[in-house]
Design a protein around this ligand. Structure first.
Ligand SMILES: Cc1ncc(COP(=O)(O)O)c(C=O)c1O
Length: 370
């Protein structure tokens, strides 16, 4: 059994994708070809923003808005310690300081009630509070109604880390469209995955859009060889755009299947394990289906039982970022973020992809229930 099956899908898109790939081969437009422009307009229409800037990864999609807004040394950017390292890494890359805020125990997303305290702490340390990066963990959008209010109270601008939540929504409004700017990832294992690295940035802000396009190509000005600012090579290639265009065509159908699979898991596992709670009006993109065991010992025991039955499972995230060696310099200690630490000790993720069969779900659940 696969944890994420990346191969079953390919036969559905094979013929049309090969046609697109042949066109690129024959045209020689390998970088920023017409596929990239077509993809950007389709993605913007899907997410519901005025602009989309495709780029080379989800990490660059987070980095570029920080560069565009001039975030740097002395600035505090708030995010959670219960996320993939890239969320905090980009803050460090621009020279700013990540300031962590614990998550809510029910959604695993940033707890808006704790942001104010973190802002006060940052100010006491002599930092300038600038921005907040909520993460839509495992595909579930964060609580943007409360976050919008907190962000405006503290005059922070918001960068949504929608790396895992492309396709998720709140009241029909799509992930990627919250805050000033949203960033997503097309890493192959993501809900909408390329056949390589890729990412995209979404915004309604015209000025930011222009800056992001410049930063994506080495800070280019009017032409490629006039450089107005420091940028990166953050382009998406035409092959990946072609893959994403074909996958986008079947994406809603795949999301509906993910939703059915999540419901099937929850129905069977409820009462035995803590299953994901999706607030009313929210839709998760189900990048992961993660459950909580009662203790670390029980988690080890259940994961071992799954492994013996040939079923893969994973832990996202075993070490919260404030306890990672790379962030030792920030001075956090165990106990600083009790919810994230508790989740790290009990969480584990089950196989989740749109091609998971009913018998496989049955088998996974029967091992866990036994
Ligand atoms: C929450 C989160 N943020 C950022 C990223 C970075 O995306 P990428 O791997 O495309 O650089 C990921 C992907 O793994 C992620 O899960």
């Amino acid at each position: 059994m696969q944890f994420i099956d990346l191969l079953s899908q390919k036969d559905r898109i094979r013929a049309s994708l090969l046609k697109r790939i042949e066109r690129i081969l024959d045209s020689g437009q390998f970088i920023m070809g017409p596929e990239v422009t077509e993809l950007e307009s389709r993605l913007a229409a899907y997410v519901g923003t005025r602009h989309c800037v495709s780029c080379s990864s989800g990490t660059d999609a987070l980095l570029m808005p920080l560069m565009a807004k001039g975030i740097g040394p002395g600035d505090a950017v708030f995010t959670t310690p219960f996320t993939f390292v890239a969320t905090a890494e980009v803050i460090s890359l621009v020279g700013a300081t990540p300031v962590f805020v614990d998550v809510s125990p029910d959604t695993f997303n940033i707890n808006p009630d704790l942001v104010g305290h973190a802002v006060d702490q940052a100010v006491q340390q002599g930092l300038k509070p600038k921005a907040i990066i909520p993460v839509d963990l495992f595909g579930l959008p964060a609580d943007y109604e409360l976050l919008d209010a907190v962000a405006s109270d503290y005059r922070l601008w918001m960068l949504e880390d929608a790396a895992q939540s492309f396709g998720g929504s709140i009241g029909g409004r799509k992930a990627g469209s919250f805050g000033l700017v949203g960033a997503t990832s097309f890493f192959p294992a993501k809900p909408l995955g390329a056949y390589g690295d890729g990412g995209a940035i979404f915004t309604d802000d015209d000025e930011l859009y222009a800056l992001l396009r410049s930063i994506r190509v080495h800070g280019s000005g009017e032409d490629k060889y006039s450089n107005d600012r420091i940028g990166i090579n953050g382009r998406l290639d035409s092959f990946q755009a072609a893959v994403l265009l074909e996958k986008l065509a079947i994406f809603e159908e795949e999301l509906a299947t993910r939703q059915r699979i999540a419901e099937a898991y929850s129905e069977r596992l409820q009462g035995r394990l803590v299953v994901p709670r999706i607030p009313k009006g929210y839709r998760s993109a189900w990048a992961q289906y993660s459950v909580l065991a009662a203790s670390t010992e029980e988690r080890d025991h259940l994961m071992q039982a799954l492994q013996q039955a040939g079923i893969p499972s994973m832990i996202y995230y075993k070490i919260p970022l404030h306890l990672q060696k790379a962030y030792h310099n920030l001075g956090y200690v165990a106990g600083d973020f009790p919810v994230s630490e508790d989740l790290s000790g009990r969480i584990f993720a089950l196989p989740m992809h749109p091609y998971l069969k009913e018998e496989e779900i049955e088998q996974i659940c029967s091992v866990l229930l036994r």
